[in-house]
Design a protein around this ligand. Structure first.
Ligand SMILES: Cc1cc2nc3c(=O)[nH]c(=O)nc-3n(C[C@H](O)[C@H](O)[C@H](O)COP(=O)(O)OP(=O)(O)OC[C@H]3O[C@@H](n4cnc5c(N)ncnc54)[C@H](O)[C@@H]3O)c2cc1C
Length: 482
C-alpha cells in the first residue's frame, strides 16, 4: 500500500470539495481530493445544471406559447414538440463539465486526485483503493442525497428523485411531485410547461416555507394560472398502483383525496452522505442533518473539518463554495473566521424567479426590530411591461429610521440576478438610500429595485415636518427672486 503525505485532503468532489482543493492548492498547500464516483457532484450531474437547463427549455416553450401576447403567431409547443429536451439537458451537463475542466485546472494547481470510496483509519489517515493518504487536515465534503418519504406503497409503485429524473427516456404524460420546496416547485413548473400534466402535493400550508409569504402567494397564483395543480396543506398518506397509473392518496382539509399520474417525483428533503467513512469511530458528531460542526466548521475531532451539503441546511452550491473557503482559511491560515449563516441568499428558479437575501419582514419583526418595508411591483416597471412579464414585486426590508437594509426579496423576471445588488448592499451594511441614490441603467429590470428603495425618500419627504420645512424654504427662495 503506497502512502502519500499532504497538508490537506478533501473527501468529495462536488462544489464543496472542489473549491476546498482549489483554494488550498492555490495557497500552496500540498492537496489531494478523493472522489468516489465522478467529479462535479450533485450540482453538475443531478442538481443545479440539469434543473436549470430544463427550466430554460420550459421557459422557451412557455414564451412560444405566450407569443400571441406580443403579436407573434407561433405554433404551440406541446409534449411531442418537447421530446428532445431531456437529451438537451443531458448534453448541457457535458458542456458545463467540459467548460469547467476542473481536473486539468486543479491538477495544474498541484491537486492530486484519488478515486474510490475510502474510509478513515485515524483522524490523520484515509485509506482509498490501494493508497493511504496522510494529512494534518481532512475536509469531509461528501454532500447529500434525496431523502425519500416514508409512504406506504411508494417503493412498490416506483418513484423518481432528482438522481433519476434527468435520465428519463421521455417526458411523462403526467407527474405528481411530492414536496413543495425549491426542487419540487422548480421541477413541477418545468414539466408542466413542457406539456406534462403536473400535480404538486405539499404538506405545509404553502409552497417554499422559507421564503417571504406574500411573494410565495403571488408565485402560487402564477403557477396555478399556468395550469399547475397546486395542492397545499395536503399530506401524502400512501401510494397505490392502479390500471391508470400511480395513485397518491393525501389528506387535505380533513378529508382524503387522490390523484393519479404516470410518474411520481419525490422532492421531500435531503439526507447527508456520512455512511462508510468511519467518522463515528473517530468520534465525529453526526446528527439527522449531517456532520456536526461549529461556527468555524470544525468537527469535534481536531484536524477534521466538514462543509457543503453534508453539514445540513443551507444546502446550496454557493454556500458550499463559501463554506469551503472558510474551512481552508481556518485550517491553513493563522486568523480564524466564523461562517455566517444569518443572511444567506438563495433563489428558486421558477419563472418568475423568487430570490431572497437577509431577513424577510416576518423574520425581522420576530427579532423585535422595527422595520419599514418598501415594495415596487413589476406591473409598474417599464422593462417588465415591454417584455410582457409584469409579474411579481421587489420587497426591501429596512430598519425603521436609518433605512439600513436588513433583507430583500424579489419575485420577478431574473430575480436571481437582481438580488445581487441587495446582497452586496447587505454585505457592506448599506441602506436603502444607497440603492435609491445609485444610478440604475434605464430600462433595466433593476430599476424596480431602485424604485422600491426610492420610497424611503418618499416616506421622509411626506413627513409633515419635512413638508412644512420644504414649503417654508420654497416660499423663502421665491421671495428672494422677486
Ligand atoms: C435538483 C437540484 C437543484 C439544485 N439547484 C441548485 C441551484 O440552482 N443553486 C444552488 O446553489 N444549489 C442548487 N442545488 C443544491 C446543490 O446542488 C448542492 O448544494 C451542492 O451540490 C452541494 O455540494 P457538495 O459539494 O456539498 O455536495 P455534492 O455536490 O453532493 O458532492 C459530494 C461529492 O462527494 C462524493 N462522495 C460521496 N461520498 C463519498 C465518499 N465516501 N468518498 C468520496 N467521495 C464521496 C459524491 O460522489 C459527490 O461527488 C440543487 C440541488 C438539487 C438536488
Amino acid at each position: 500500500m503506497a502512502t502519500h503525505t499532504f497538508d490537506l485532503v478533501a473527501v468529495g468532489g462536488g462544489s464543496a470539495g472542489l473549491v476546498t482543493a482549489a483554494v488550498a492548492a492555490g495557497l500552496g498547500a500540498r492537496t489531494a481530493l478523493v472522489e468516489k464516483e465522478r467529479l462535479g457532484g450533485e450540482c453538475l450531474w443531478t442538481g443545479c445544471v440539469p434543473s436549470k437547463a430544463l427550466l430554460h427549455a420550459a421557459r422557451v416553450a412557455s414564451l412560444a406559447n405566450r407569443a400571441g401576447d406580443i403579436g407573434l403567431d407561433l405554433p404551440r409547443v406541446e409534449r411531442e414538440q418537447a421530446a428532445g429536451v431531456l437529451e438537451h439537458v443531458r448534453q448541457s451537463r457535458l458542456r458545463v463539465r467540459d467548460a469547467d475542466a476542473v481536473e486539468p485546472l486543479l491538477s495544474e494547481l498541484g491537486v492530486r486526485f484519488f478515486y474510490g470510496a475510502g474510509r478513515f483509519r485515524t483522524p490523520r489517515e484515509f485509506e482509498v483503493g490501494g493508497d493511504v493518504l496522510r494529512a494534518r487536515h481532512f475536509v469531509v465534503a461528501t454532500g447529500s442525497r434525496p431523502r425519500a418519504p416514508d409512504l406506504p406503497g411508494l417503493a412498490e409503485a416506483g418513484f423518481l428523485t432528482n438522481a433519476t429524473l434527468f435520465d428519463l427516456p421521455a417526458l411523462p404524460e403526467s407527474l405528481i411531485v411530492i414536496g413543495g420546496g425549491p426542487i419540487g416547485v422548480e421541477m413541477a413548473q418545468a414539466f408542466q410547461r413542457l406539456g406534462t400534466r403536473v400535480t404538486l402535493v405539499q404538506r405545509a400550508p404553502r409552497l417554499l416555507p422559507r421564503d417571504d409569504e406574500e411573494l410565495v402567494r403571488l408565485l402560487e397564483e402564477r403557477l396555478r394560472a399556468e395550469g399547475l395543480d397546486v395542492r397545499v396543506g395536503a399530506e401524502a398518506l400512501r401510494v397505490e398502483r392502479t390500471p391508470e397509473g400511480k395513485r397518491v392518496v393525501f389528506r387535505q382539509e380533513g378529508g382524503e383525496a387522490s390523484v393519479v399520474a404516470a410518474e411520481i417525483l419525490a422532492a421531500t428533503g435531503r439526507q447527508p452522505n456520512t455512511e462508510g467513512l468511519g467518522l463515528e469511530a473517530l468520534g465525529v458528531g453526526i446528527g439527522p442533518d449531517g456532520v456536526q460542526v461549529d461556527a468555524r466548521l470544525r468537527t469535534r475531532v481536531p484536524g477534521l473539518w466538514a462543509c457543503g451539503d453534508v453539514i445540513g441546511w443551507p444546502q446550496f452550491s454557493h454556500l458550499a463554495e463559501y463554506e469551503a473557503k472558510v474551512v481552508v482559511q481556518n485550517a491553513l491560515l493563522p486568523l480564524p473566521v466564523r461562517a455566517r449563516f444569518d443572511r444567506i441568499p438563495w433563489a428558486t428558479f421558477t419563472d418568475p424567479e423568487l430570490a431572497h437575501a437577509g431577513w424577510t419582514e416576518a423574520e425581522a419583526r420576530r427579532r423585535g426590530i422595527p422595520v419599514e418595508v418598501f415594495r415596487h411591483p413589476f406591473g409598474r416597471d417599464d422593462r417588465a411591461l415591454v417584455d410582457a412579464e409584469p409579474y411579481g414585486m421587489v420587497k426591501l426590508v429596512a430598519r425603521q429610521g436609518s433605512g439600513k437594509l436588513l433583507g430583500a426579496q424579489i419575485l420577478g423576471p431574473r430575480a436571481g440576478e437582481l438580488i445581487q445588488e441587495a446582497i452586496l448592499a447587505l454585505d457592506r451594511g448599506l441602506s436603502v438610500r444607497h440603492l435609491a441614490d445609485t444610478i440604475h441603467v434605464y430600462p433595466t429590470l433593476s430599476v424596480a429595485v431602485q424604485r422600491a428603495a426610492q420610497y424611503w425618500w418618499k416616506a421622509r419627504s411626506d413627513h409633515p415636518l419635512a413638508r412644512r420645512t420644504l414649503a417654508w424654504y420654497l416660499r423663502l427662495s421665491r421671495g428672494r427672486d422677486v
